[in-house]
Design a protein around this ligand. Structure first.
Ligand code: FES
Ligand code: FES
Length: 151
């Protein structure tokens, strides 16, 4: 079957089976390797992408549910208006091994886009499904606490 999606602003046609995972289609068919597989079971958030603006777990999402959806991956977020936030995310210590980083970046950006100055509690709630083994979340909170704008 063929599935029509918009990925990072570009219309794409993906050939595959209805139950193929969006995660695999992004990585193997569109060469968008920024989206990572962690647990593969919906537990870690590493594979998070945005679907119609909302964070979703691409390891659990079959292509059949993505027809006509707008998908944003970390590559799309990184080349858009989030670039200043991303620089701060790195300089504030939000990244160590990087395994969780693409999922956290897209989840954080979905929050900041709607709510440019979230409280610590709002950040914690938004990132509740994104596990990070390395940073203790302090650098991540520092970067998000400074908001979405280029400050
Ligand atoms: S790889 Fe999808 S939630 Fe862990
Ligand atoms: S930076 Fe290593 S898991 Fe988050």
């Amino acid at each position: 079957m063929k599935f029509e999606l918009v990925v990072n602003g570009n219309p794409v046609l993906i050939e595959g089976n209805p139950m193929d995972r969006l995660l695999d289609a992004l990585r193997d068919k569109l060469d968008l390797m920024g989206t990572k597989e962690g647990c593969g079971e919906g537990e870690c958030g590493a594979c998070t992408v945005l679907m119609n603006g909302e964070p979703v777990l691409s390891c659990l999402l079959p292509l059949i549910q993505c027809e006509a959806a707008e998908i944003e991956t970390v590559e799309g977020v990184a080349t858009g208006e989030a670039s200043a936030f991303l620089e701060r995310f790195v300089s504030d210590g939000g990244v160590q091994c990087g395994a969780c980083t693409p999922g956290i970046i897209v989840t954080a950006w979905a929050l900041l886009r709607d709510n440019p100055h979230p409280t610590r509690q709002e950040v914690q709630a938004a990132l509740a499904g994104n596990l990070c083994r390395c940073t203790g979340y302090e650098g991540i909170h520092r970067a998000l606490g400074r908001g979405a704008a280029d400050e």
